[in-house]
Design a protein around this ligand. Structure first.
Ligand code: HEC
Ligand code: HEC
Ligand code: HEC
Ligand code: HEC
Ligand code: HEC
Length: 222
């Protein structure tokens, strides 16, 4: 039998498989890089706002507690953005004539809301609840980062499903006493490290052999 293909064809065929494989991997790698890039995830990307409101100045500088403005965070699913009256309380006097704060004065006098741009926005098919977290020892910082150091608000975490599940599979390292929910500088004490956190916070324990409640699809897709 005469050889149909020259010997070198074998090497060429092998080579092309390797090159093809590498190309496929690098395309996948590029797609992955795009998927996790800030362009897509919007992590640490500042949004334009109608007023340059600074959490760094109001929380880090003035020491206001998150609940002064986001006062429903312990009671309802939503943390809510404060109404302009909350700002005007201080700013009718503090910087009362500053041009930067004219939108605050106008909104208050005309009784119109300030149109803040949303920084965090889950798709409608995913259910989230603030009160269920902060009352069970998950502090703002675990999901929003060092807000007291943000001159303008950004998203610290992707809030993708994998982010939620990472903690739901093993919440323990992220749990703190409920009193510390808004504390941006909290560190665990020796006593806290020894505490049975699930019992202390009243978190359901997974029974052996049962599906973990927290990773059940129906918890977040209802
Ligand atoms: C003086 C009032 C005030 C205080 C105190 C305050 N915030 Fe805010 N917060 C706002 C306003 C106004 C906005 C909307 C404008 C913006 O996004 O910067 C906002 C936006 C946010 C957002 C983004 C909302 C979105 O669009 O997704 C998060 C998260 C947030 N605050 C967390 C916190 C945390 C955590 C604390 C405490 C460490 C805190 N805030 C303290 C007024 C306040
Ligand atoms: C408890 C009082 C208080 C409340 C409530 C408050 N502010 Fe302020 N704000 C201040 C003070 C004091 C300063 C000056 C801070 C400084 O010089 O560091 C300030 C500064 C500012 C500035 C100037 C830029 C900066 O950050 O230094 C803006 C803009 C502003 N506030 C917007 C708002 C808006 C919008 C709200 C409502 C969501 C609000 N403030 C609520 C006390 C308050
Ligand atoms: C377990 C994660 C998690 C924790 C803890 C958490 N948040 Fe949020 N926060 C989110 C998610 C997710 C959203 C977006 C919700 C949506 O789009 O439906 C959000 C949105 C917000 C918003 C925008 C308004 C709203 O409710 O959609 C504010 C303000 C806010 N969070 C403040 C806080 C404050 C203050 C705390 C602590 C007292 C806190 N968050 C703790 C995950 C968290
Ligand atoms: C840092 C840890 C942590 C992160 C991140 C986290 N969770 Fe949770 N989640 C918890 C804990 C702890 C509980 C309370 C468990 C309990 O009460 O037994 C909980 C409970 C819930 C519940 C049940 C509320 C109820 O009705 O009882 C929902 C829904 C939920 N999480 C959705 C989410 C979603 C969606 C995300 C992502 C955007 C998320 N969680 C991110 C720790 C976390
Ligand atoms: C702890 C909360 C949580 C649990 C549990 C959960 N999901 Fe999700 N899921 C989310 C969130 C949040 C998103 C939206 C992410 C985003 O912003 O795109 C999502 C998105 C999705 C999407 C859209 C594609 C994507 O990845 O964004 C599908 C499909 C999905 N979930 C299926 C499931 C299935 C099937 C289960 C059970 C095995 C499940 N989820 C359990 C929170 C959860």
């Amino acid at each position: 039998m005469p050889q149909i293909f020259h010997r070198s064809a074998n090497t060429l065929a092998k080579l092309s498989i390797v090159v093809g494989g590498l190309a496929a991997v690098s395309v996948l790698g590029m797609l992955y890089a795009i998927q996790v890039s800030p362009y897509v995830t919007e992590v640490r990307v500042v949004k334009d706002q109608p007023i340059p409101f600074s959490h760094e100045h109001h929380v880090g500088g003035l020491g206001l507690d998150c609940r002064y403005c986001h006062h429903t965070v312990e009671k309802t699913a939503s943390a809510t953005i404060p109404p302009v009256a909350t700002c005007y309380n201080c700013h009718k006097v503090v910087w009362g004539d500053a041009p930067m704060l004219k939108p605050v004065r106008d909104a208050y006098k005309n009784d119109t809301p300030i149109e803040w741009n949303k920084v965090h926005d889950l798709p409608d098919f995913a259910y989230f609840n603030h009160s269920a977290h902060v009352n069970k020892g998950v502090g703002c910082m675990s999901c929003h980062g060092r807000v007291d150091k943000m001159p303008m608000m950004w998203k610290e975490k992707t809030l993708y499903m994998g982010f939620c599940l990472d903690c739901h599979r093993n919440p323990e390292p992220n749990l703190r006493p409920v009193e510390a929910m808004t504390d941006m500088e909290w560190e665990p004490s020796e006593e806290w490290k020894e505490t049975d956190k699930f019992a202390h916070l009243g978190i359901r324990k997974t029974k052996p052999g049962h599906i973990n409640q927290l990773t059940n699809c129906a918890v977040c897709h209802r």
